[in-house]
Design a protein around this ligand. Sequence first.
Ligand code: ADP
Length: 295
Amino acid sequence: MQLEIRGLSKTYGNGVKALDNVSLTIPTGMFGLLGPNGAGKSTLMRILATLQEADAGTAMLGTIDVLKQKDEVRKVLGYLPQEFGVYPRVSAFEMLDHIALLKGVTQRGERKALVEALLQRVNLWEQRKRRLSGFSGGMKQRFGIAQSLIGEPKLIIVDEPTAGLDPGERNRFYNLLTEIGENVVVILSTHIVQDVQELCSNMAIINKGKLLYAGPPDSALRDMREGWEKTIAKAELDAYVNSGKLISNKLVAGKPIIHLLNDGSPGEGFVTAEPSLEDVFFGFIHASNQAPVNA
Ligand code: ADP
């Protein structure tokens, strides 16, 4: 089973082209969809989750036509949206029980066993009687995974799952995601490079609705040009930003450390740096932001 997306496009009423002829083959396992805010990730996720219509293109999950056979998709879909919106004042147990009922687990004993197993699996057993409205960000995300796993989904879509989680919660969430079967297509949409680095065997980078890269993170790293690094004074930063060559910069102990990609040393004081996935990401985004519109 794999997900085949061909020529998917979506333009909103205000003229924003959120997806521009995107084609992607997504195998089973963890797939990272990486892009900055506004890249079109949520639009793609919502279309695949049957919550929104595309203007053009196709998406096939095995033999299911995702854009047309919405009921079939929903039977095998687990969707964890960015925000659930309102968290009701009911307990985690009651809510999971209710969702399981909606998903067709009508036999009471079977449902109880399923909900109990899910609560154990996402490590919310101790909190099963607590109201969802009082859950922390990490607990809400783990609850989200539990509800998305009801019905043994074949396609799991997780939209920006780690935004707003503290490092401990993020780790617990990563561990949980990696336990989800290898036989399921899991799409993880994120603007956080670390999410993809730690979890995903395949990835795509999108920006402004366009696909910029698709493949394993390792191959993207191998294809990179040489990376160069230099610690500079803050006052020098603007000149590098304006040069258009800067890939990334971060502050370490109050001083900017900049990264450039260049064949050969870009100048005095630069040392070679192993390119990171972050460099790959910023390199692609940077190049696409420089490209003329409609190119
Ligand atoms: P991401 O999830 O990568 O942040 P989105 O898919 O949310 O990106 O948005 C892609 C682009 O489409 C952005 O420019 C955004 O402002 C625009 N957009 C998203 N939803 C709507 C909408 N309902 N109406 C109009 N424009 C939208």
